[in-house]
Ligand binder design. Sequence first.
Ligand code: OAD
Length: 284
Amino acid sequence: MSDEYPAMQVPAEPMPPGYQPYVPPNPDEVGVEISDELAQVVRHARRIVVLSGAGMSAESGVPTFRDAQSGLWERFDPASLATQFAWDDDPEFVWAWYAWRVGLVRRVWPNAGHLAIAAWGRRRGVQVITQNVDDLHERAGSTEVAHLHGSLFAYRCAECGHPYDAEIEVPDEPVERLTPPRCEVCGAWVRPGVVWFGEYLPQEVMEAATTMIESLEPGDLVLSVGTSGVVYPAAGFPAMARAAGATTVEINPTETEISDHFHHVIRDTAARALPALVALVAAE
Ligand code: OAD
C-alpha cells in the first residue's frame, strides 16, 4: 500500500433549511450527570484531546459498526467489504458499498456533539483523533482532526496511489455493483481512501496521534466518545493517555471493552453529553 495519502476533501454543501448554529445550552437545563470532580477538570483542562468512534456520528444518522440491530457489521460481512482480499476478489462490489456510504454521509449533518467539540475548540483548542471516515467533525468546524482510518472522500489509485479528485457516482440506496473510476495516471482502478482490516494505518497520521497522546500531562483531558474499544491501535490510546497523567473520560451509553481505563464515565450519548460538558466551560 502506498504511504502517500491524499488530502481529505470536504464537500462544501450549504446547511439544510432549519439547521441551527450551535448555541451552548444552559448548564442548569442539561440533564446529564457530571460529577463536581469531573466538572473541575473540564473547566481547568489545559490540553483537550477527543478520541472519537462511530457512536460520535450515530445521532447524525450514520450507522455504527457493532451495535446490535443497527451496526453495519451486523448486516454486512467485513471480510467481503473491508479487506484487500475482498477488493482483489470483487472491486465493483466493494466500490458500490463505499459509494453508498459516501452518499449516506453527504446527506447527513453534524450533530450537537460534533458542534460542541468545534465550539470548545474555538475557545480552548481541541485536538480530535477519530476512527471515523466521515467528515462531520470538519463540517462542524473542528480544525485539528486526525483520521486514523482514512477518509471516505479521499479516493486514490489502488496501484500507484495517485489521488482521484473527480466526482464519483453515488447511489442513493445500496446497489450490488458499481464500476470504480480509473486512475488518470496509470489506468488502474480507483479505490476507497479508507484503511481496511490488515492494512497499515496512514503513517503520518499515526505518528501525529501517538505524539499527541504521549505528550499529555497531568491536568490534560482526554474524552473517548462512541467507540467500542475493540480495534487497535486506537483502542490503546485511553490507557496510554492515562499512563501519561491525563484525566480520561468515556462517553458511551454502554460499557465497553476498555471502560476500566477511564477515570470517569458518562453513560450518555455524544449529542447529549458533549454539549453538557462544553456548557460548563461556556458558563465560566
Ligand atoms: P463500533 O461500532 O465498534 O462502536 C460504536 C460504539 O458507539 C459502541 O460502543 C456504542 O455503544 C457507541 N454508541 C452508539 N451510539 C452512540 C451515541 N449516540 N453516542 C455515543 N456512543 C454511542 O465503532 P468503532 O469503535 O468506531 O474500522 O469501530 C472501530 C472500527 O471498527 C471502525 O473505525 C471500523 C470498524 O471496523 C475499519 O473499518 C478499519
